[in-house]
Design a protein around this ligand. Structure first.
Ligand SMILES: [Zn+2]
Ligand SMILES: [Zn+2]
Length: 376
């Protein structure tokens, strides 16, 4: 039985696995049962697993004729959110779908009994939603000898319709700058004796609004949190904490925004005599386009769904920690399959739902993707 026949024949099992994983929903860094369930399925098929002591991420591998590696990545974590009045872990980002499809792709290759030309590695990562899991898996050596890396994400119907798919998802870069402003307290009757941190923050807000970059590429930068430690209204506030949220569709543009933000803070320090400390936190890089990988996935979609169902590119304002893999390894050829599945109302929505038939053709596209990459 070849790989695609295996997927064809295991449609019901794919749906069952999906429902099991959906019900197991666990938050970032707590994917214990999810990980155990997936590992059992892989081990039972005779696939080698490598686990790690401090988290639930793991690597499954089918050795090839060469130690060069083609890798497929799945994420396993759910979001914690309020669903019908109850706060719980909920798979509203579809990581249960991704794990299901990557699992069956691995099982299909194992069931074929063929020793592939290159080693096939299946990376099941934790904590995507926190932007930390990809970095952790790289620390564990997940990208050792990897030439091609593929990922998958279900897409809302308005980005990629049902029965269609995109060979690349262009996620933007997202970053948060967190800082503290220190001024000088004074009686509110004598503001000239103090340094007012709210005035300093207001100056930052104004200057951020004045950033105008000459580009057609979408971006934004704005203050999203500000609070002082002042408990009374008749004292000039001395300490304030702020957050700036920055978005850019390319990494170059994000670098430029960070540079501008840095200059603004320096200017405000100079103009107000307040002292300001800050750092960039929770930074997720933008997607970069790797033509070789994109063409492979495009051909896989064409083979499974037909060329009329290829959406050339899916642009998303959201962030995705998959792009850490490529940002830190520029020699890697990588892309994410954007899978149309009738997903509504949207990702991260507590009532997010999609047509699970998509898992079947999604697993076929991933399987075909690896088959085509093995021909390289
Ligand atoms: Zn998400
Ligand atoms: Zn996601």
């Amino acid at each position: 039985m070849n790989q695609l026949q295996y997927i064809e024949q295991n449609k019901e099992s794919i749906f069952q696995t999906y429902h099991t994983l959906h019900d197991l929903a666990e938050p970032s860094w707590h994917e214990q049962k999810t990980s155990l369930y997936l590992k059992e399925k892989l081990k039972n098929a005779g696939i080698h697993i490598k686990s790690f002591p401090n988290h639930y991420g793991f690597i499954a591998e089918i050795p090839g004729q060469s130690d060069q590696v083609i890798a497929l990545r799945a994420d396993m974590d759910a979001l914690v959110q309020e669903v019908d009045g109850v706060v719980k872990a909920n798979h509203s980002c579809g990581h249960d779908a991704h794990s299901t499809m990557v699992l069956y792709t691995a099982l299909a290759f194992k069931a074929s009994g063929i020793i592939p030309k290159y080693t096939l590695r299946f990376i099941f990562q934790p904590a995507e939603e926190m932007g930390e899991g990809a970095l952790k898996m790289m620390d564990e050596g997940a990208l050792k000898n990897v030439n091609y890396l593929f990922g998958v994400h279900v897409r809302p119907h308005f980005e990629v319709p049902y029965m269609k798919a995109a060979p690349i998802i262009i996620h933007g870069s997202a970053g948060t700058i967190k800082g503290t402003i220190k001024g000088k307290q004074a009686h509110a009757a004598r503001p000239q004796d103090g340094i007012n941190v709210i005035e300093a923050a207001a100056l930052i807000v104004q200057k951020l609004k004045q950033i105008k970059l000459e580009t057609a590429v979408p971006y934004s930068i704005k203050m999203t949190q500000l609070e002082t430690e002042n408990s009374v209204s008749n004292v000039i506030p001395e300490t304030a904490h702020f957050s700036i949220d920055a978005r850019a569709q390319t990494n170059d543009l994000m670098d430029e925004l960070k540079k501008r933000a840095h200059q603004i803070v320096e200017d405000v320090i100079h103009e107000t005599a307040a002292s300001i400390s800050y750092e960039v936190e929770e930074f997720v890089p933008a997607a970069t386009r790797h033509e070789n990988a994109v063409i492979i996935v495009e051909n896989a979609i064409t083979d499974i769904l037909g060329s009329e169902n290829v959406i050339p590119c899916c642009i998303s304002q959201g962030g995705e920690d998959f792009h850490f893999y490529t940002a830190k390894n520029p020699q890697l050829s990588a892309t994410m399959l954007g899978l149309g599945c009738g997903l509504a109302p949207g990702l991260h929505h507590p009532q997010m739902n999609f047509n699970i038939e998509a898992l079947h053709y999604g697993a076929k596209i991933l399987t075909k993707t690896l088959l085509l990459a093995l021909e390289k």
